[in-house]
Write a protein that binds this ligand. Structure first.
Ligand SMILES: [Zn+2]
Length: 339
């Protein structure tokens, strides 16, 4: 996979078609800045040669295909088994404060074995408005089968309830939001800690759109649970989210720097796979492989189709791209930001 630094003419044409859909001011609810010093030598090979990707690089990358003069971000480190999380978190807080927009905020990247009091102190300090967790820290060998509590233990939810913080959660297990154990965990924890907000990444990990169709109903009545759109490239996953949760609970996110790779995720049966031009055998490729566009562009095209098919208004679209994020983060933003 390659981190794309320059759009090709086909990308630019697709980007131009988004000009009357994407608003001038947006809030990216799911974005990962990156510093190469924070990871082992094998981590993120697609990014290594490009150096630090901070808030300014994030905005510049997206502005190549989004007509948005203002891009706020909810930033958090890239989870990886080799990640130096204390270094990532310290760098990220400084990066967001000095190079993010005034409304940008950061999440603390936390593992279950971390010191609870230190995490609580970091959140109470106001430097972070919530927690990012990931299955790779669950402590079991088959991390893709981890239960929610194995990488987002209850003590994290308790702290977030206290500080009215957000939890950015990428659920795993084959069924994702259509998995009974995941549904039970999320229902129990969201009800027990109603003052926190749960952001279910990737439409509750509906890379297979059927998971969204069959599973999102299980969280429909949990008012403190929302989904982000990041890296989803299936219009039907977005349509299901808009139908089941409504446009006030769908938040646009890029998943930068994944957004800058060519490719898309594809539903097949009960699974999904990532299709990247670098993975396609030469004799299976279309005449011009450069026509496979960026994940970020593909995701926006699919979101637009779903918004059109669902009859959304301009106000709904403003909600998805900005106002829902401001509402979710309101306890951590100046009162002037609440619209
Ligand atoms: Zn992500």
């Amino acid at each position: 996979m390659k981190f794309v630094q320059q759009l090709n003419p086909s990308d630019s044409k697709l980007a131009a078609s988004l000009a009357d859909f994407v608003p001038a001011e947006v809030y990216d609810i799911h974005t990962h800045p990156y510093h190469p010093d924070h990871f082992g030598p094998q981590a993120w090979p697609f990014l290594r040669e490009f150096g630090t990707q901070g808030c300014a690089e994030h905005r510049a990358a997206l502005q190549r295909y989004m007509p948005s003069a203002t891009i706020h971000g909810l930033y958090f480190g890239m989870p990886h088994p080799t990640a130096n999380r204390p270094a990532i978190n310290a760098w990220l807080a400084d990066e967001v404060r000095t190079r993010g927009t005034a409304l940008s905020r950061g999440l603390l990247l936390v593992a279950p074995g971390d010191n609870r009091e230190e995490v609580a102190a970091a959140l109470r300090s106001g430097r972070f408005c919530g927690i990012k967790v990931y299955h790779c820290y669950s402590g079991r060998p088959d991390t893709m089968n981890a239960l929610v509590e194995e990488f987002a233990p209850e003590w994290m939810w308790e702290i977030l309830h206290e500080v009215r913080g957000v939890l950015l959660l990428h659920i795993v297990r084959d069924g994702a939001i259509d998995d009974d154990a995941n549904q039970q965990s999320l229902r129990r924890l969201c009800r027990a800690y109603p003052k926190m907000t749960l952001i279910l990444a990737h439409i509750a990990r509906s890379f297979n759109y059927r998971n969204a169709r069959h599973g999102l109903g299980a969280v429909a009545d949990l008012e403190n649970a929302v989904v982000d759109t990041s890296a989803i490239c299936e219009s039907e996953a977005f349509r299901a989210a808009l139908r089941i949760l409504g446009p006030r609970r769908v938040l646009w996110g890029s998943d930068f720097a994944v957004s800058e790779l060519r490719g898309r995720c594809v539903t097949t049966g009960r699974l999904f796979f990532w299709l990247h031009p670098e993975l396609i055998r030469a004799d299976y490729q279309a005449p011009s492989t450069t026509d496979i566009t960026l994940v970020g562009i593909e995701s926006l095209l699919c979101l637009r189709e779903a918004c059109e098919d669902s009859g959304l208004t301009q106000g709904d679209i403003e909600d998805i791209f900005r106002r829902n994020a401001l509402r979710v983060l309101a306890p951590h933003l100046p009162s002037s930001a609440r619209s």
